[in-house]
Write a protein that binds this ligand. Structure first.
Ligand code: 9MJ
Length: 681
């Protein structure tokens, strides 16, 4: 696929990582996220491990950081300031714990005590106190030589200028992280924007940039904070026997120690602490990018020692990266329900946001061209939260000579029909309509999906078998399926066949809105289907509506109206609808006009949050019902939230609402508002 050799790849990676390093360390202006850097760094490390002849002395893998800039005086660290090895999974943590046991010769059943610390994303600093007085403050630099930034560090309120003790040690070096809490960061950027000054990309840059200003009067105005977490060189005092006792001792001397730090007895407690911090993360006043675990006993730490870049007694468990580089191996075009062709990237599998991703959407050809994506490229894959993975951008520096342009096929890859593109529209479509098996399959899957008729067990493989075997042609044929016919299918026993038939039978009883949604009319999503169901007394009335009548409904514009009219004008669609009704698909009569105020804007100006599960309705359905009436429904609680509706097993949003003084209401209140009768079953 690519004429990249390991040697040329290693060289390209080294050059790119050097460039990123300079931007990060020297200019405080990172070009890429840490996760992106880490991904490329690990690729280079793996290449060098597999091909040791490729390793060069100046490879970025052989260095801790970058050389210091010249403006500040270089200072040598009496004890090297090392970085931390990373863990990305429970498995990595278990390996770490096992290595600790093995090296210390502790049997597997005996739990080791660890300390879990939020991993701050700021700038590591060293503070040296002679006879209790701050004499020098420095950055980490490359680990052995940093920059003397004493004047700047003195301006930070959290940095003690004198130790809080009558008997100070002759020499005490304390290490920690200077960071910028989020509130200060946002305020700083707001002000910078107002005065046309430099806006920082993230709190880490802002902290680093502020600490390395040549004029400490400006640093003094920056909202910087400090948490300490380690000792360096110490003379003239006995230090405590454990890391936790050291932190307490440091707190007593006047240093700020993060109150979130917790003790973990054994591996399982560490895994739990990680999960707890992941949950807490969004509520913290500062950014963290993981959790650092340290062996508590300092004698154990001394026995464990160091390996190349990092101590063996500590590990940083990183939160899953949401943007990661990987190789784009090929592109295929997927045909959707409406015939739309979506370019899908087939990728070398990578962990993104905690799951393995090997496919990502490229959206459409306009996006492919705008991002200049080519087969053979190293691309950045992004997956934030629950969203589907996408190719965010390309790393052009790593493009091999034989990278291939991506071209839209002239004919549908599924049915061979002509592919049509409409001037001014990004989407290309297969013109085959329901002749195209991919469109038919997608239509059946949509009909059976959770938000439509919700037929449990009718998945992709089964639908493909039903269509290919000629057992169904369209959605209405589902209701005629017999258990005996189904039982003959691959991987389908009598029991599961009977279950599927029962699930199909159950789907006959539905709601007007779900039925409209299930038809798969272009541009008619759940909210539009709800709006339509609320605006028409019957299906006949909806089917007879012209564009003008439809456009009178809130949120329905001329394009959607046109698609609706065209759908019901199609003879074939009317026949399928007749067949569905004949097969017994039904729903309760709509509310008498006026009762539900369905099309009124009576909830405009209100913002609601839904959490937990509600009887008989998905959160999306309820959200649509609120939206139709003008309300806003959001995913997170803020002071602007009118109320939080909490169903069964609600999440942390209830606590957030209570803390913010936002009213919390129950299912009955929500159903009352929406005029939904609570069901007896
Ligand atoms: C951060 N960044 O929060 C360490 N760190 O300990 C914490 N970094 C560290 N500890 C030894 N909490 C080397 C680095």
């Amino acid at each position: 696929m690519s004429d990249t050799t390991p040697a040329s790849r290693a060289q390209a990676l080294r050059a790119l990582l050097e460039k990123y390093n300079r931007a990060y360390y020297r200019d405080d202006a990172p070009l890429v996220s840490d996760a992106e850097y880490d991904g490329l760094f690990r690729e280079l490390q793996a290449l060098e491990e597999a091909h040791p002849e490729l390793l060069t002395a100046d490879s970025p893998t052989q260095r801790v950081g970058a050389a210091p800039v010249e403006a500040f005086e270089p200072v040598r660290h009496p004890v090297p300031m090392l970085s931390l090895a990373n863990a990305f999974s429970d498995g990595d943590m278990a390996d770490f714990d096992r290595r600790v046991h093995d090296r210390l010769d502790i049997d597997a059943e005996t739990a080791v005590d660890y300390i879990a610390e939020p991993k701050l994303d700021g700038l590591a600093v060293s503070l040296i106190y002679e006879n209790g007085v701050l004499v020098r403050g420095a950055t980490r630099g490359d680990g052995s030589t940093g920059e003397n930034i004493t004047a700047n560090l003195r301006t930070i309120d959290d940095v003690p200028l004198r130790l809080n003790t009558e008997q100070p040690p002759a020499m005490l070096e304390v290490r920690g992280e200077v960071f910028m809490p989020l509130a200060g960061f946002h305020a700083l950027n707001t002000r910078a924007e107002k005065y046309g000054q430099k806006v920082f990309a993230n709190p880490r840059n802002a902290a680093a940039g502020s600490l390395r200003l040549l004029d400490s009067r400006i640093t003094a105005k920056r909202p910087l904070a400090l948490y300490v977490y380690a000792l360096g060189q110490v003379e003239g005092v006995d230090v405590p026997a454990t890391h936790s006792a050291t932190l307490e001792w440091l707190a007593g001397l006047g240093f700020p120690v993060n109150p979130e730090i917790t003790a973990c007895h054994g591996l399982a407690a560490c895994q739990q602490a990680y999960a707890d911090f992941a949950e807490k993360r969004a509520g913290l006043a500062y950014e963290i990018d993981g959790v650092v675990f340290k062996v508590d006993r300092l004698d154990y730490q001394a026995d464990l020692g160091f390996v190349s870049r990092a101590p063996r007694w500590a590990i940083a468990r990183k939160f899953p990266a949401e943007e990661v580089p990987t190789l784009l191996e090929s592109v295929e075009f997927q045909v959707g329900r409406t015939g739309a062709l979506t370019p899908v990237a087939r990728l070398a599998p990578v962990q993104v946001g905690g799951v393995v991703v090997s496919n990502a959407t490229l959206h459409n050809m306009d996006e492919v061209r705008r991002k200049d994506v080519r087969v053979g490229d190293t691309v950045i894959v992004r997956r934030a939260g629950d969203v589907i993975p996408e190719v965010a951008r390309v790393l052009p520096e790593l493009r091999p000579d034989n990278a291939r342009l991506i071209e839209l096929p002239q004919t549908c890859p599924e049915c061979g029909s002509k592919v049509e593109t409409v001037e001014g529209e990004a989407v290309a479509r297969c013109s085959g309509g329901l002749f195209c098996p991919a469109q038919r399959k997608a239509a059946v899957l949509h009909f059976a999906s959770r938000k439509a008729l919700d037929i449990e067990g009718l998945g992709e493989k089964l639908v493909a078998q039903l269509l290919e075997g000629g057992l169904i042609e369209h959605v209405d044929d589902l209701f005629a399926l017999e258990p005996a016919t189904l039982a003959r299918l691959d991987r389908m026993g009598e029991k599961s066949a009977a279950k599927l038939v029962a699930a199909i039978a159950k789907a006959r009883e539905t709601s007007f809105a779900r039925f409209i949604y299930s038809l798969g009319i272009r541009e008619v999503g759940e909210a539009t289907a709800q709006a339509l169901a609320g605006s028409f007394a019957s299906l006949d009335e909806l089917m007879a509506a012209d564009a003008e009548r439809l456009e009178a409904i809130q949120d329905i514009g001329p394009i959607v109206a046109k698609h609706i009219v065209a759908f019901f004008a199609e003879e074939h669609n009317r026949r399928i609808i007749d067949n569905l009704l004949e097969a017994g698909v039904h729903w309760p009569d709509p509310q008498p006009a006026g009762a539900g105020a369905e099309t009124a804007d009576d909830l405009a100006g209100n913002t609601y949050v839904l959490t937990g599960t509600f009887e008989g309705y998905t959160r999306d359905e309820l959200k649509a019902r609120l939206q139709v009436r003008g309300a806003k429904v959001t995913g997170s609680v803020s002071k602007k939230t009118t109320a939080v509706f909490a169903g069964e097993a609600p999440g942390s949003k209830v606590a957030k609402a209570e803390a913010a003084g936002v009213p919390v209401e129950d299912q009955a209140a929500l159903f009352g508002l929406l005029a939904i009768e609570e069901q007896a079953d």
